[in-house]
Structures are given as C-alpha cells and as structure tokens.
Write a protein that binds this ligand. Sequence first.
Ligand code: FAD
Length: 273
Amino acid sequence: MLADHQDDCKIICGGQSLLIVMRQGLVVTDFLIDIKGLNEMSYITYGEKEGLKIGATTTHRTIEKSDLLKQKYPVLVAVEKKVASIQVRNWGSIGGNLAHGDSSGDLAPTLIALDATVKLSSSKESRVLPLEEFYTGLFETAMEKNELLTEIQVPPVPPRTGAAYTKFNLIENDQGIVGVAAAVTLDPAGICKDARIVLSNAGVTPIRAKSAERVLIGNRRGDSLLAEAGVAAAGDADPVSDIHATERHRRYLVGVLTRRMVKLAWERAAGQA
Ligand SMILES: Cc1cc2nc3c(=O)[nH]c(=O)nc-3n(C[C@H](O)[C@H](O)[C@H](O)COP(=O)(O)OP(=O)(O)OC[C@H]3O[C@@H](n4cnc5c(N)ncnc54)[C@H](O)[C@@H]3O)c2cc1C
C-alpha cells in the first residue's frame, strides 16, 4: 500500500502525534495507512551477540513494563516512565515517537547514547541506519517516502557501562524544555574509556555533545571534570528561545543536566548506583 500511495499517504500507528498535527492543519493527506494492528512488528527480543531488537509498533507501555528491559536496559524503562501519561504510553509506539522527528522526544537521545540503529524497509529492500543519522532537520528524517521504520536495534551494552537520562520540565511528564542522555564506559582502573552525551530539544535534531564527550574520555571522575563537561555541552547545544525558555536558559540547563547525568551514568558504570 505504501509503494502505491507514497505521494498521497501518511502512516498512522497510535496517532498520538500525527492526529495533533493533522488537527492543526500542518499535515494534510488523502490516505492514512494504519499499521497499529501489525502485531508482527510489536516485539522485544534480546541476544547476547545481536543485542536488543524492538519492533516499531511496540507501545511505550510495553517497553516500560518489559522485564527483559528492566534487566538489560533499565535506562529505557526509566525513560519511558517520563514519556507523557499512561494513556499516551498505552497507545503511542516507539516507531511513531522516533519517526515523528520531534527533537524534544525522550527516546531518541537515550537510544543514540546507546548507539542504536533503525531498520527502514520498503516493499523492495531494507537498510539499517545509525539513529544519529536518522534526524536531518526540524521534524525531518532520512526516511524515504516509500519506507517504513520497522525495527530499533541496540547493541549489547559493553561491560562497565552506565547510562542515564533526564529532562527539565515544569509539568511532570510533559515534553522536556531540554533533556540530556549520557552513557559512560569505564576501563578496569575507573578511567572513562568512552562517553556519549546526547541533548534533546537543544537544537532542531537530537545533538551529540561531542566536545563534552572529549572532555571526559581518558579522565578520572571529579567535580571539576563534570563541571567542564557541562560547560562544553552547553557550548555544543544549539537552542532557540521560545515561549518555554530563552536560548540562554536552555544552555544553562544543558550544563546542569549534563553534569548530573554524567555523574549518574559514571556511578552506574562503576556499580555505585
Ligand atoms: C499529551 C501528549 C504528551 C506527550 N508527551 C511526550 C513526552 O513527554 N515525551 C515524548 O517523547 N513524547 C511525548 N509525546 C509524543 C508521543 O509519545 C509520541 O510521539 C507517540 O508515541 C508517537 O507514536 P504513535 O504510534 O502515536 O505515532 P503516530 O502519531 O501514529 O505517528 C507519528 C509520526 O510517525 C509516523 N510513523 C508512525 N509509525 C511509523 C513507522 N513505523 N514508520 C514510519 N513512520 C511512522 C507517522 O506517519 C507520523 O508522521 C506526547 C504526546 C501527547 C499526545
């Protein structure tokens, strides 16, 4: 159906984001292709070699309640608890959340910090893309018109790795004014071997705070290192001023949340949290 209608259709899954933009008249379409009932695209599997695979129509609530994820990727469960309300989580899907391309989305930063990839499939072929490369602009993705996001893949978490995510918002479980995800991998001596820091709602797409990552790699944890990483992340951000916060306030928040999330991720990597 997508191959036949790619120029005059939209995919709908839970409708939790699409219906809002349709009601606002921002999206007008002749056809909706409803994939909510494609149960074969709703699954969570894990293998020691291939890692985690989540089908695109899997709901937020299924992820939040998954015992497998609680054990293997607890940060994803924690993130889901911060997404919207239970009602929205019961109906909205991980595929819809990522494909919507909203830079304030909570899942993308954490998944990018975990080095996730997405599988995009047309009726003819499939390709796998790093989630980091999926976002190309404001509500824009690298998905072609004839493609469906079918699966989210997360590699096994390396030993001595911890991850954390938080967002700053005025109303609990509302979309974040900014958010920060951090993943830290330590060597056996407790020195940072790898770090990935990803910002939400601090630019038109999720942003890797690469200068902040460089500050951490090769170093031991300390208050001045965390502070330096926060300052670097604030510089990596590219926020705008809007009714929720000024650009300056967003940068300040990025600095604070980066410090806190790197500390928490580091403690988790060291088995202290
Ligand atoms: C009140 C409210 C509060 C919210 N708060 C948060 C929050 O705090 N954090 C957060 O991250 N999100 C939040 N959201 C957004 C919501 O979580 C997700 O965007 C939603 O889950 C999208 O999933 P869906 O299945 O409903 O997608 P839909 O609305 O059906 O689709 C969204 C977009 O993705 C496309 N699409 C859907 N599935 C696919 C697919 N498999 N392949 C290709 N394209 C696809 C659609 O064409 C559409 O463009 C909130 C939403 C509401 C209504």
